[in-house]
Ligand binder design. Structure first.
Ligand code: SF4
Length: 280
């Protein structure tokens, strides 16, 4: 979230909104302590696969070269990015990255039309106002969509440990709602918008899965309401005070929250967090 006093605008990135909806304090700490932010083996593998897909979609490489391009991107990211090892075996990073990229070609690529917008960045006015110190500020959404087909169907590539639940994504995906609103606002799509998650599972025998989600004007109004109430609460509390610390989700752990050591980890050790009778 960025507040611009000159233009009286608040910009909310879709990825920040998704994170802050899960734990507001995580959203605050991203801004206050950005130096804590690290990627992981899983995130750089995903970034490498995204880079290779982008090269195929823009015609920079043929689909037959995708695995090689993904592994080469991974090698570069391992050197240049700040990332930490999670539960992924280091020796599987390259083969699994290659397998996921190949899965995209084998199971997803032929389901979409080429010639659309790749890595499409957007900034849109939600037409909702937030009160900051008695002044109305415009609420804007920003983000980058992986791909919009010429017919307005939106795609997002996901590399994941396991397949997605369609019902969960249809019910809760903030990303799909924000992207649908952005695409309609910019004139690339019309409601009802089809948004597809193109999922590649992270394994030697990587599986492809297309998870279609539908977004209507009602979903768009709801996500603007959610964002406006979040931003309104956050700006009233201010960055100098803690926001709501929610640990009721899997990201709240030493492995998956970069701010663990200055938040829950300052109270509860990882051993206490993961205690079970069976492990004794
Ligand atoms: S440690 Fe948990 S409660 Fe604290 S910011 Fe991270 S996810 Fe939120």
């Amino acid at each position: 979230m960025k507040i611009y006093d000159d233009s009286k605008r608040v910009y909310v990135r879709q990825s920040w909104l998704g994170d802050a909806m899960i734990c507001m304090e995580r959203g605050r700490l991203q801004t206050m302590l950005p130096e804590f932010r690290t990627g992981s083996d899983a995130t750089i593998m995903g970034t490498a696969v995204h880079a290779a897909i982008e090269q195929v979609l823009t015609g920079a490489i043929p689909p037959s070269d995708i695995s090689e391009a993904a592994v080469s991107a991974l090698e570069g990211l391992k050197e240049t990015e700040k990332w930490k090892q999670t539960n992924i075996k280091p020796e599987t990073m390259k083969p699994h990255t290659a397998a996921m990229a190949q899965t995209w070609v084998d199971h997803i690529m032929h389901k979409l039309d080429f010639g659309g917008r790749v890595e499409h960045h957007f900034n849109i006015d939600t037409e909702r106002k937030i009160d900051i110190n008695g002044e109305p500020y415009e609420l804007w959404f920003s983000g980058t969509m992986d791909y919009i087909e010429p017919n307005g169907t939106i795609w997002d590539w996901k590399t994941a440990a396991r397949k997605y639940s369609q019902s969960e994504k249809q019910k809760q995906s903030i990303q799909a709602s924000v992207y649908a609103l952005a695409s309609v606002t910019e004139g690339h799509s019309t409601f009802d918008v089809q948004f597809n998650f193109g999922v590649m599972t992270r394994a030697a025998n990587s599986q492809g899965q297309i998870v279609p989600v539908q977004r209507t004007g009602a979903h768009a109004k709801w996500v603007v309401e959610q964002a406006a109430t979040l931003v309104q609460s956050a700006t009233r509390i201010g960055y100098e005070n803690s926001w709501l610390k929610n640990d009721q989700h899997f990201l709240c752990s030493e492995t998956w929250c970069p701010w663990w050591s200055v938040c829950k980890g300052a109270y509860v050790s990882d051993v206490e967090q993961r205690w079970s009778l069976e492990a004794q």
